[in-house]
Design a protein around this ligand. Structure first.
Ligand code: NAD
Length: 450
């Protein structure tokens, strides 16, 4: 059987390998998942949640081993990898409780009849995930899918098959046979899952692949949850704490080497404070350490040479078109130094297409209206951030932005229980929250006379 080798982006060494799933086997695997669905669905939400909760201890016990694997396979600094690995177990009980509550049938009466609204399992879910959060992205999809009574055929990214397998191995220690089946491979295997007899595709990845999946899924009207890319703006208002804003911009542009869907990719700063902000940002960038994720550096390698070349091509084109380099713009092997560009114009590729690298792009604007207009001038709509001392004024600016999640003087993510949601072409459907969990179900209404 053909093997998929997983390589360490810091050293090039082979971390491990997995057998590639022959595309011809996928329909049989889906049939196996379908056969396992009826008994799994019949268990009931509470019983399934209790069973899945048993995985929390296993995730906790293996957190360090998982973190080492994340760093080895995709390069993120070990501290960030450990936070990701720990989150798998620590948040599980709360999330399962939220899913159980979300799926309790609702009742509505009108004096003559009573309707009950059920949230039944959909059937078999095809789950396809990216490499940038190689354990938490699978978790965000698999836990609500499984707890709702679906069985799952899961394909992790070809960049991080070992993380995907290790994640599924934990769940498979508590799940009955056939409820969670792993497929390994790249786009051919992903396409075969989309073509197969699954009832829903839950996908996190790029906008281009999301569009392809939507086209392919239309022939059988498969349900879709697509969490796609972003080009998140940050607006720095005149009264912003510039040191804080610069630190945030650096962290949110460079974290995980910029390979985060809600990375800050475009910064609009008011003219009067632009110079001070740019100087502070360049200072933070220059002080950051770049090196192997195992050695406590701030920024690890890019996931692979292709991603590095994509980032460098955008930077070089921007500089050729007039952008100025305030920090970075250098590289060695798969490492790209944290880079600050100023004078970025709206028609540059780096201002329009997702970069997914450690690059902070600053554009000066003359007014708040201009900042809002240019921030919204994108097909994406995942996150956005506004920095300003007067939080009511910052909130008023935030309400004019077209993104799905907006942070004021903080990152975009909402408190536990809120959705992780992209607007416009950053997503179709969303994750987390009661409404998010219900997407993995079929709503059915049964009405009887009173
Ligand atoms: P990608 O779209 O290249 O691949 C994602 C997955 O899809 C992989 O498993 C891949 O093998 C598979 N795939 C590729 N082509 C396919 C096809 N035609 N049909 C079915 N499956 C196919 O994305 P990536 O490079 O792995 O991840 C980075 C992207 O993910 C970025 O755009 C990032 O913004 C996005 N992302 C979004 C979120 C979010 O919450 N919105 C979270 C993390 C990552």
């Amino acid at each position: 059987m053909e093997r998929l080798k997983s390589c360490n982006p810091a050293t090039g060494a082979v971390v491990g390998q997995v057998p590639i799933t022959p595309v011809g086997d996928i329909p049989r695997m889906v049939a196996r998942a379908r056969a396992a669905q009826a008994p799994w669905g019949a268990l009931g939400t509470r019983a399934r949640a209790e069973l899945l909760a048993g995985a929390a201890e296993l995730f906790e016990a293996r957190a360090e081993r998982h973190a080492e694997l994340i760093t080895a396979e995709m390069g993120k600094p070990i501290k960030e990898a450990l936070a990701e690995a720990k989150s798998l177990g620590s948040g599980l009980a709360r999330e399962l409780e939220e899913i159980v509550e979300a799926l309790v049938p609702d009742q509505i009466e009108d004096g003559r009849a009573r309707s009950t609204i059920f949230h039944d399992p959909l059937g078999v879910i095809g789950a396809i995930t990216p490499w940038n959060f190689p354990m938490s992205m699978p978790s965000w999809m698999l836990i609500p899918s499984l707890a709702a009574g679906n069985t799952v055929v899961f394909k992790p990214s070809e960049e991080t098959p070992l993380c995907g397998q290790a994640y599924a191995d934990v769940l498979n220690e508590v799940l009955p046979e056939g409820v969670l089946i792993v497929v390994h491979g790249a786009d051919e295997q992903g396409k075969a899952i989309v073509r197969s007899d699954v009832d829903m595709i839950a996908f996190t990845g790029s906008r281009e692949v999301g569009k392809h999946i939507m086209r392919e899924a239309s022939s059988s009207l498969k349900r879709l949850v697509l969490e796609l890319g972003g080009k998140d703006p940050m607006i720095v208002l005149e009264d912003a704490d510039l040191e804080k804003a610069a630190k945030f911009a650096a962290n949110n542009s460079f974290r995980n080497a910029g390979q985060v869907c809600v990375s800050t990719e475009r910064i609009f700063v008011l003219d009067s404070v632009a110079e001070a902000f740019e100087t502070a940002l360049a200072g933070v960038a220059a002080a950051m350490s770049v090196g192997p994720g195992t050695e406590g550096s701030d920024i690890g390698p890019m996931v692979n040479a292709r991603q590095r070349d994509h980032v460098l091509a955008q930077v070089n084109a921007a500089v050729a078109a007039g952008a100025k380099v305030l920090a970075g713009a250098t590289h060695k092997d798969n490492y790209v130094a944290p880079t600050v560009l100023t004078g970025v114009a709206d028609d540059m590729d780096i201002a329009r297409e997702e970069t997914f690298g450690p690059i902070a792009c600053v554009t000066r604007v003359g007014s708040v209206d201009e900042a809002v207009e240019r921030a919204n001038d994108t097909v994406f709509g995942l996150g956005a951030v506004v920095f300003g001392k007067d939080e009511d004024q910052a909130a008023a600016v935030a309400r004019r932005l077209t993104a799905g999640m907006i942070g004021i003087n903080r990152p975009v993510g909402g408190v536990a229980g809120t959705p992780w949601v992209g607007a416009r072409q950053s997503g179709f459907g969303f994750h987390k929250s009661k409404d998010g969990h219900r997407q993995f179900t079929q709503t059915r209404v049964m009405t009887r006379a009173l």
